[in-house]
Design a binder for this molecule. Structure first.
Ligand SMILES: NC(=O)c1ccc[n+]([C@@H]2O[C@H](COP(=O)([O-])OP(=O)(O)OC[C@H]3O[C@@H](n4cnc5c(N)ncnc54)[C@H](OP(=O)(O)O)[C@@H]3O)[C@@H](O)[C@H]2O)c1
Length: 351
């Protein structure tokens, strides 16, 4: 029976991953800080992955065929995991992100004095779109230990939130990939959609809320396409990578069919029977809605597809994801209306 460890696993698609691993006959150990009960049938190890000593102690003598690290955001966290899991696992999968390709988060000299001096992070040549994995090579990506990785607040203040996230993932991948102590895979996930209230990011909900209410969506004048993946599909993909011994290095995970923000809003209008969406064009440098981009870094999924993973088309599941979110909104509105009626009744009786 394969022994798989999932770090995280209690918020979004990490839960699906655990379910899939169990259904395939694996014994699953879940490592998190215990904010929610673990899925039934798992071995629950309660530890903060940032605390090296506590993590090692909590794991005890356990060893694994694979670890899937769902919550690694910095090279500091990667360095801890590298030390703790060396000799404990036959392979290591880190859930990374397509944001590693976002050209707006590559530093260049002068873009942030604190970040670019003395050793600027390289700015890759303009990437071909769809972007292949080779554009960001973790083996060669520099790790900047001088950045304040231990404080997400200080890091975001210094780099901005988007660069802190993207650079944290790039440098975490680099720590694992360089002088690897176990075979390592970084899964660069597209934007994950679906699951209604399970999608804690609220990004799809932002659009469903506005389109169904006839409110304008902030968008760039010429929005660029981006990549998406269904929440069950990314769980299936992580399962596939965790149990495929020959696969190492970075691998992109995205359903076929990149969409612009206007494509997304039109699909929402069609799925919900809403009028045609309206837009408010943002000015240069002004923030837009979460899936509006003025640059394209939609990903190529050719590597994984070539190795045999059968990706879906976004159009196979998008209407279903929208309907789940619309149902979530409708249920909340119904509860609010019921509370209002009940409270009007209470006031009426008092009057
Ligand atoms: N959503 C997207 O569109 C998207 C796109 C690309 C990549 N990703 C990546 O997907 C990953 C998240 O997936 P998910 O939301 O499904 O996560 P998940 O597997 O459900 O894990 C989240 C859980 O990890 C635990 N955790 C957080 N920090 C911890 C720590 N220091 N020590 C131990 N446990 C900790 C938390 O539980 P406790 O509070 O109990 O510890 C948290 O609820 C991230 O790596 C993100 O970068 C997401």
């Amino acid at each position: 029976m394969p022994e798989i460890c999932v770090i995280g696993g209690n918020r979004y698609f990490g839960r699906h991953l655990i379910r899939r691993l169990q259904a395939a006959g694996a014994r699953v150990t879940v490592v998190n800080r215990g904010s929610a009960p673990p899925p039934p049938g798992t071995d629950h190890v309660i530890a903060d992955r940032d605390d090296e000593e506590a993590l090692g102690r909590a794991l005890g003598a356990r060893t694994f065929d694979a670890v899937v690290d769902q919550v690694c955001y910095t090279p500091l966290q990667a360095a801890v995991a590298r030390r703790v899991f060396a000799g404990r696992t036959a392979r290591y999968v880190m859930t990374s992100t397509m944001e590693v390709y976002d050209p707006a988060t590559f530093s260049s000299p002068g873009s942030s004095a604190a970040f670019s001096v003395p050793a600027p992070v390289p700015v890759p040549a303009p990437a071909p779109v769809p972007v292949p994995e080779s554009v960001v090579d973790p083996v060669r990506w520099p790790v900047r230990w001088d950045l304040p990785w231990a404080s997400s607040k200080d890091l975001s203040r210094l780099l901005g939130e988007a660069t802190a996230y993207a650079e944290g993932k790039r440098q975490a991948e680099a720590v694992f990939a360089r002088d690897a102590v176990f075979p390592f895979v970084s899964v660069r996930s597209a934007h994950v959609l679906g699951g209604g209230p399970r999608d804690f990011t609220g990004r799809l909900r932002h659009y469903v809320d506005r389109v169904t209410a006839g409110r304008p969506v902030s968008a760039h004048r010429e929005p660029a396409p981006t990549s998406f993946v269904h929440h069950e599909e990314i769980a299936a993909f992580l399962h596939w990578t965790a149990t495929r011994p020959g696969l190492t290095g970075p691998v992109n995970a995205a359903s076929h069919g990149a969409l612009t923000v206007t494509d997304l809003c039109e699909a929402i209008a069609t799925a919900t029977g809403s009028p045609a969406p309206s837009y408010r064009a943002v000015r240069d440098g002004e923030p837009a809605s979460p899936f509006s981009f003025d640059r394209s870094y939609a990903m190529s999924n050719a590597r994984a597809a070539g190795l045999g993973f059968a990706f879906t088309e976004v159009s196979d599941w998008l209407a279903g994801a929208v309907t789940e979110t619309a149902a979530e909104i409708a249920a909340e509105i119904a509860v609010e209306a019921a509370v209002e009626v009940a409270s009007a009744g209470t006031h009426g009786r008092r009057a």
